[in-house]
Write a protein that binds this ligand. Sequence first.
Ligand SMILES: [Zn+2]
Length: 436
Amino acid sequence: MVKKQLTGIIINPKENGNVELVQNGLVEFDSETGKILKVGKSKEKSKKELAKEEFIIIPGLVDLHSHIPQLPGVAKNADELLPWLKNHIFPLEVKFSDLEYAARVSKFFFTEAISLGTTTIVAYASVHKEATDVAFEVAKEMGIRAFIGKVMMDRDLKRYPEELPLMSRNIKDSLDLAKKWHNSNNGMLQYIFSPRFAASCTMKLLEKTAAIAKEGDFFIQTHLAENQSEVKFIKSLFERERHRVPTNTHIFKKSDILGEKTLLAHCLYLSTPELLLIQESGSKIIHCPTSNIFLQSGFMPLRRYESYDIPIGFGTDVAGGYSLSMFNCMRDAIETTKIVNLINDNRPQPFLTPQEAFWKATLGGAKILNLDSKIGSIEIGKEADLVVIKPEPHFKFYNNTDDVESILENLIYLPHTYKIVNVFIAGKDRFIKNTN
Ligand SMILES: [Zn+2]
């Protein structure tokens, strides 16, 4: 046993949805087993010593949606979703077939995520089996907790710049990768089946993917109702193929993609019948507010969706989102609830609070991945996924640091007032300052 102690202000999400603040806190963990041994108050300190208290300790952040090969393409302002994919993203993803390049980009991606406090990430690789294998290899080396999947696409709609694998090859490659990587590296790495979106998958591919993922009890990730042109395009595409479905969510119902381990990213344009289908199936919605604004996709009505029994988590959706920072994502989620209010000014709803946003980016995310018995908050027996934050001297000028809401406001809105200095994943310090 190698005991390690951290002291500081602990910001900790709780089961009841609250976020607790422990002044003068202490976390002790075993860096060999990675387990948390103690959480509580440090020895009593004088008021003066408390005033000098340096660190803030939070649980590792959980990013539920991102794309590894897209990171070098962030901040490409120009288009809406479909032309953006064709003009910027597909050419970038094709480059990922070069394995040396895939290794470099993967290293950059995980380094960046960890340096921003993300300890668990759900990510798409590219359509290439070998490059996805490389991404897993790098994730293992860097010790991050990750769900990674090869992008499944078996039709290109004249947009994808290289030949796509057939349905059977998509399935075989995904199964081979799942066999090699699922639950590897002490359960830190998991395979996730990743049909890109209905536009790039035949009904056969969706059906087959759902069957094998459910048989093996795997998670599935895909995109749904991200952009109005995309929604119309997919609907007409499946209608032309004589799949009579009233909405795009029914494509995933018909193919059995919906389910308790299915993560549906975006979900901006859902009707009541679609929300009911998602609720019945137990699927989760992954809100990607930064990407929704950046690509002019729209604003997800989070409060309306919360009236259904559907868990909602957060994703950065790099490179639709321009940053792997979950604090940036929390801020855009809060701001989006205000924008939705401005649009529907006859029915204003309370905007998302910093505590709610932080809970969703930590324990809420862990619950969506069925990992809340292991991670998501700082509790005895859980794994030590911990982020240590050093406030700059001017941090306190902005807000009162005795109050959890104020500290979270600083972390979410004022990134220039602090630095992340250590990131522990399963008890090991994995922080590397990104110098790429
Ligand atoms: Zn995405």
